[in-house]
Design a protein around this ligand. Sequence first.
Ligand SMILES: Cc1cc2nc3c(=O)[nH]c(=O)nc-3n(C[C@H](O)[C@H](O)[C@H](O)COP(=O)(O)OP(=O)(O)OC[C@H]3O[C@@H](n4cnc5c(N)ncnc54)[C@H](O)[C@@H]3O)c2cc1C
Ligand code: FES
Length: 255
Amino acid sequence: MRAQSCEALVLVNEEEATGIRQMRVNLPAGQPEPKAGMFYMLRAWGADEPPLLSRPISVHRWDKETRVLTFLYQVKGKGTEKLAALCHGDRLSLTGPAGNGFPVEAARGKRVAIIGGGIGVAPLLQLAREVHPVAARVDFLAGFRDEVYRVDAFEPYCANIYVATDTGSFGKKGFVTDLLDTEKYDLAYICGPEIMMKNAARLCLAAGLECYVSKEGVMACGLGACLGCTCRTEKGEPVCVCKDGPVFEGSVFYG
Ligand SMILES: Cc1cc2nc3c(=O)[nH]c(=O)nc-3n(C[C@H](O)[C@H](O)[C@H](O)COP(=O)(O)OP(=O)(O)OC[C@H]3O[C@@H](n4cnc5c(N)ncnc54)[C@H](O)[C@@H]3O)c2cc1C
Ligand code: FES
């Protein structure tokens, strides 16, 4: 699918948890529809204003009928601070949808674990919505440092939801990997901090589960043109996170 650029109207941009915001925009008619695991390069500032680069943010939810596209993002630095300042009626520049997305058909008839850590839950809601009709069962396993967010949004699409927090403020005290009983699943989709993805993917692979991870990379163009997001696989081969990914088979990085 070819990424396109457009201006979208901001409908809502509200705080979801401390430093976490949910923004809903109207995707103009004629723009290609996104799939789970794809992302957009977002820009809410002029070409001559810092920061120089647009910021990659995943599709959190896509509602085809209303053409409402939802992003869930953590405010980290200059770019996301500028996104956080947007109000209802403001315009936002989008380029996308970019990236390969999650292989949803791989889940057909299978027992699926969707595993998220922190803001890594962002691309997983749309994934749960797309996987739910084809999988035999979908469970959501989520880990957070302390504050828990967006877990209730997964309820319509998941048979079971398990939560862990580092502090024990909610759910089980510990890491999301402590929630994972690999015998219960055939396939896992994982997104979160690098260390969490590595540990979760290695557990899954050791138990013979099919597994997919959504990698992060520092992006400049987001379209496969600048090679700025190149990183090396387990075998040392270079891959472009924005074009070859961001979703890869777990064994590509953690085999
Ligand atoms: C394909 C893809 C999809 C993404 N989807 C989401 C999403 O749905 N929601 C979301 O909140 N974030 C997402 N991110 C991460 C997001 O793009 C960065 O947090 C954002 O670009 C930071 O920009 P900034 O200007 O606010 O911060 P900066 O000023 O650029 O950086 C602030 C701090 O954040 C760190 N940082 C910057 N970029 C990254 C990164 N890519 N990964 C880890 N740390 C980083 C910097 O090292 C620095 O310490 C995604 C990244 C990729 C590559
Ligand atoms: S960000 Fe330019 S090639 Fe990936």
